[in-house]
Every structure is written in structure tokens, then in C-alpha cells.
Design a protein around this ligand. Structure first.
Ligand code: KIV
Ligand code: ZN
Length: 388
């Protein structure tokens, strides 16, 4: 049987923490409803103690979401936890996600707390969260830079206090695939009660490895992956949900897992999040970028016209894109040009075709974007020139 990976989307919490990405209540509800429809298992809807707006957003999302678990984030203090508990109390399925830093650098400089006090707070916070809900996630912030024995002690204590999900975040995007596989494998092996919780990966993209690290964590035993649409998130962002889902689907031979995501909604989700966050999606972004299924080179276009598997490893329809885009430009070849003419309703003889093709190449050298109208004008000139 294939293992299921729980998809935990934090676009509305970690994603919204990107400078400049804040969203209105209506926009957040729209995003949450689409994530719910898409099959996301857990939606982290916000950080209720952060502001009244965040509290309201989590609370309203908790009321409208039908299938997904709705989660509110909190630090380890009782006020934070109670605020998160209040915010999710109307959810069909609610989760409190509480965290505290466990790495030496965070404990010393950020928390200014001794490890023993942090350890106590792990127990206090999870216990308090369990008074609100059964579904409690505990995170060891900066987990990948935490001393191994201390991490195991805290994880064991969190599970004993009632945490059902244990998240080991790569908060600063520091780890690498081999390392995180080993980390998850060793923690799961060393913590005596590890079978009582689902282990989760939450990777940031500072070195561009968030998706690779998340999948590598799954190899080490993680069964929840935390991610965001378009990889939106603090600094260089979080692991991109669409990339995780399509990597699992496309390379199921090496990532033998399943997710509940309807991948046909990925492009719609990407466009919606880009619009409401005002963060454009780069043209060459994997899966959802404008060029992800576009081909301009003549060699590639010729291959694509013969068999799409020559240059595409996924079907555009599977991610909600209408189809492959053979872009007409200076790299295009005769094969694609003839096909484009046929699509526009022209059938030219060999000489006329060659002539039109030469003129098209000249135009493409001068003009960056060639539109259908440019090609029509060029052929119409050709045809009227021939009849004069
Ligand atoms: O990156 C991080 O460590 C976080 C935690 C709050 C889970 O976002
Ligand atoms: Zn994060």
C-alpha cells in the first residue's frame, strides 16, 4: 500500500508573512475555499494572536471550510494558545500548531532561555493546547540546527503531552537532502514513542532546496509536508505545493506516496494567490510558470509536434493548463510554422511557404513577441504580392 502524505498548506500564514504579501479577509476566504476544494488536508489559516485581523480570518475560515482541517498557529505562551483555540473553535476539524525554538542560537539570543526551561515550555504548551483540541501539532523551530539529543528529548516530551503531529522545520533553509533524510530517520528511530505521531517537514528555500529537502524528509519518514502555493513565504519562500504534488505524481517510482490533491486546480490556485498577494509568478517557475509548457526552439517544436513526450514530462491538462504552447519566435522551425499557418487557415505551396518562412525569420529577428496577427499580415502580403 502506498503511504499518504498529508499536505499542510501555510500560504495564509507563512506565505502571508512575506513582506508585502498581506491579503484581505475576503481574499483569504477565497484562497481557503479553493485549497479546500483542491483537497489540501490541513490549511494553516493564520496566527491568531498576531492581530485582530488574523484572528478574524482564522475564525471565519474555520466556519466556511468544509473538508480540510483548519489550523491556527501559536507560540508557547498560554495567551497565544488560547487565542488560537478560540479562533478555530467553529471548525469541523480544528488544529492548534504551537512552536518554540530549540536551536542553541535561537534559545540563547532570541528566547534568552535555558534549554531546561524550553523543555518545560514544550510540555506546558502542548498540554494547554490539548485542553482545546485533540489535534495538536508541535514544532521545534530551527529544528535542523538543533542539537540532536535535545531535539529528541523535546519531541518525546511533546508526544507524551499529547502532540499528534511533530514538525521539524528547516526554518532558515540551511539543510540539504541527504542530511534531512538522516535527521528524520534518526529522530523517528531514537524517540521511543515516535509511532504515536505523524512527522512533518517544513522547509524554507534560502538555498533553493526547499522542495528537494521536503521530499528527502519523506524518504526519512516524514508523512506531512508543509508548503505554500507558488512557494510564497518568508525571505526566499517555502516549499512550493505544486512542485511537491507534481514531483510525487510524476516520479512516483522514486517518491512512492499519494496525496489527496486534485492537481487540475493547481494553475487556478497559483493565479489566485499571485493576484491576491500581488506577487508575480516568474515565467520559468516549475509547474505553474507561463513558460512551463511553452516551447520556442525549432528542434523542440518539431519534437513536440511528433510526440509530446519528447519534451514534456507532464501533461499540461493535469495541472489545469489548456495545452502546450508552441511559441512562434526566431528559434521556431518550418514544421511549427507550417502548423501555425494551418491553424490560422492558410495552406501554401512549397515556394510560398519557404518565402513566408524567410520573411517570418526576418521579422522574428527584429521583434520579440510574434502574434498571430503578425503572421497573418506577413502571409497576406505574400499572397497579394504573388497575385500582383
Ligand atoms: O519556519 C518555521 O520554523 C515556522 C514555524 C513557525 C513552524 O514557520
Ligand atoms: Zn516557516
Amino acid at each position: 500500500m502506498t503511504d499518504n502524505i498529508v499536505i499542510f498548506d501555510t500560504t495564509l500564514r507563512d506565505g502571508e508573512q512575506s513582506p508585502g504579501a498581506s491579503m484581505t479577509l475576503e481574499e483569504k476566504i477565497q484562497v481557503a475555499q479553493l485549497l479546500d476544494e483542491m483537497g489540501v488536508d490541513v490549511i494553516e489559516a493564520g496566527f491568531p494572536i498576531a492581530s485582530n485581523g488574523d484572528f478574524e480570518a482564522v475564525s471565519e475560515i474555520a466556519k466556511v471550510v468544509k473538508n480540510s482541517t483548519v489550523c491556527g498557529l501559536s507560540r508557547a505562551g498560554s495567551k497565544d494558545i488560547d487565542r488560537a483555540g478560540e479562533a478555530i473553535k467553529h471548525a469541523e476539524k480544528g488544529r492548534i500548531h504551537t512552536f518554540i525554538s530549540t536551536s542553541p542560537v535561537h534559545m540563547k539570543f532570541k528566547l534568552q532561555m535555558e534549554p531546561d526551561r524550553v523543555y518545560e515550555k514544550v510540555i506546558e504548551s502542548v498540554t494547554r493546547a490539548r485542553n482545546w483540541v485533540d489535534d495538536v501539532e508541535w514544532s521545534a523551530e530551527d529544528g535542523t540546527r538543533t542539537e540532536f539529543d535535545f531535539l529528541c528529548r523535546c519531541v518525546e516530551a511533546a508526544i507524551n503531552a499529547g502532540a499528534t503531529t511533530i514538525n521539524i522545520p528547516d526554518t532558515v533553509g540551511y539543510t540539504a537532502p541527504e542530511e534531512i533524510t538522516e535527521l528524520f530517520r534518526r529522530v523517528i528511530e531514537n524517540v521511543p514513542n515516535s509511532d504515536k505521531a505523524i512527522f512533518s517537514a517544513h522547509c524554507h528555500n534560502d538555498l533553493g532546496m526547499a522542495v528537494a529537502n521536503s521530499l528527502a524528509a519523506a524518504k526519512g519518514g516524514a508523512r506531512q509536508i508543509e508548503c505554500t502555493i507558488n512557494g510564497l513565504g518568508e525571505r526566499a519562500g517555502n516549499a512550493a505545493l505544486e512542485e511537491i504534488v507534481m514531483a510525487i505524481r510524476t516520479r512516483n517510482d522514486i517518491f512512492p506516496y499519494e496525496t489527496n490533491i486534485n492537481s487540475r486546480l493547481l494553475t487556478r490556485a497559483s493565479k489566485l494567490v499571485s493576484a491576491v498577494s500581488a506577487f508575480p509568478v516568474q515565467y520559468n517557475k516549475a509547474i505553474v510558470g507561463k513558460n512551463a509548457f511553452a516551447h520556442e526552439s525549432g528542434i523542440h517544436q518539431d519534437g513536440m509536434l511528433k510526440n509530446a513526450e519528447t519534451y514534456e514530462i507532464m501533461k499540461p491538462e493535469d495541472v489545469g493548463v489548456g495545452g502546450t504552447d508552441l511559441v512562434m519566435g526566431k528559434h521556431s522551425g518550418r514544421h511549427a510554422f507550417r502548423d501555425k499557418l494551418a491553424e490560422l487557415g492558410y495552406e501554401l505551396g512549397d515556394n510560398a511557404l519557404q518565402d513566408a518562412f524567410n520573411r517570418f525569420k526576418d521579422l522574428a529577428d527584429r521583434k520579440k513577441h510574434i502574434f498571430d496577427e503578425d503572421i497573418e499580415a506577413l502571409v497576406d502580403d505574400e499572397v497579394s504580392g504573388a497575385s500582383e
